[in-house]
Design a protein. Structure first.
Length: 308
């Protein structure tokens, strides 16, 4: 990796699922000055090495004052509060911030499947606003978080109950990133010298811990649990049928049922879930290495056992 360049970085949502990992990795670099910004009524606590500002996001004077003197604003808001980005981006422009990392941390909005999912297309407006106000954005693309998704059974593999649905017609390779590696990737990106960081202006950065198939995740889960394939209840539904069922659920009003189609789509060849070439190029710039699948799966198995 190139020499670390210290920067003044403000982070919103640094207490959240991905924010915690981002803040930890940024603080480990020890070269940056980090300010956490949180809501006035937030109960979030932060490591002592960071400076904290709490206030109302509708109060522009609070936001401009909290952001003044910072080069970069990372926004990692929860999924139901992403609209709060507008006042944050507007205040950042007034405060002289140069780069915004908007709340993305998901799949590639340039991927062919993006049009199908409003959750992806809605992200573009914040990139556009950032550019309109004279700043630059860098969008972190990491696909569904690997360990977080595995814990929730979202890859179609339910470790706790030893059940798996291996989707027939979705056997492709796809990228996925651990929470820790997303944090480390952001920290490595923001430590690049100016000339290198500038190459990511108004572009995505592609992070990945693994480029794998659903079958490989199941094999790793079998090894990590010390079980045999015959101990598992494995079904092989046709992908089109599963998607039709998920869509029928959405039509009935269960809006979160789209998640099943969302994950399956990443596993289908040619949909955009596999961005390995771009991730490999960025990993080289950022000095990131692929992790050990078995180690990460083992840690998830342990975590699930601990909460039983
Ligand atoms: N790739 C994936 O698998 C995946 C999965 C889930 C989400 N994501 C993406 O990652 C982003 C961050 O998700 P996350 O799960 O890390 O978020 P999170 O933990 O749910 O929330 C992050 C922070 O948002 C702030 N917040 C919560 N409600 C708010 C409100 N009403 N108004 C303003 N701020 C509020 C809180 O910060 P304070 O308490 O400090 O104010 C909270 O700690 C999502 O928006 C989504 O784009 C990706």
């Amino acid at each position: 990796m190139s020499t670390i360049q210290g920067r003044r970085i403000a982070i919103v949502g640094g207490s959240g699922t991905i924010g915690t990992h981002t803040l930890t990795a940024l603080l480990e670099d020890k070269s940056h000055t980090i300010t956490t910004i949180s809501r006035a009524d937030s109960n979030a606590t932060f490591p002592l090495q960071s400076r904290g500002k709490k206030g109302d996001y509708t109060d522009e004077s609070f936001l401009v004052s909290a952001l003044t003197g910072h080069d970069i604003l990372i926004i990692q808001l929860g999924i139901s509060s992403t609209d709060q980005q507008t006042p944050l981006i507007k205040a950042a422009a007034k405060a002289g911030v140069r780069y915004i990392l908007p709340t993305e941390f998901g799949s590639d909005i340039y991927a062919p499947f993006a049009k199908v999912f409003p959750i992806m297309s809605s992200k573009k407006q914040y990139r556009d606003l950032t550019e309109e106000l004279g700043m630059s954005w860098i969008a972190v693309v990491n696909n569904p978080w690997f360990d977080w998704s595995l814990k929730g059974g979202l890859w179609g593999i339910d470790i706790a109950n030893q059940k798996a649905s291996l989707y027939v017609g979705a056997e492709g390779r796809f990228n996925t990133t651990t929470l820790k590696q997303v944090g480390e990737g952001v920290a490595a990106l923001l430590s690049l010298p100016d000339g290198e960081l500038e190459k990511y202006k108004n572009s995505p950065v592609y992070l990945s811990s693994f480029c794998i198939t659903q079958r490989e995740i199941l094999d790793s889960a079998i090894r990590a649990t010390g079980t045999k394939e015959s101990d598992w209840d494995i079904t092989t539904p046709a992908v089109d049928e599963v998607i039709a069922e998920a869509r029928a659920e959405v039509a009935k009003g269960n809006h979160m049922a789209f998640i099943k189609e969302f994950y399956i789509t990443h596993m289908r060849e040619g949909t955009g879930g596999n961005y390995q070439e771009k991730a490999a190029k960025d990993a080289e710039v950022l000095g990131l290495k692929e992790g050990s699948l078995d180690e990460v799966v083992k840690a998830v198995v342990q975590e699930l056992a601990d909460v039983k």
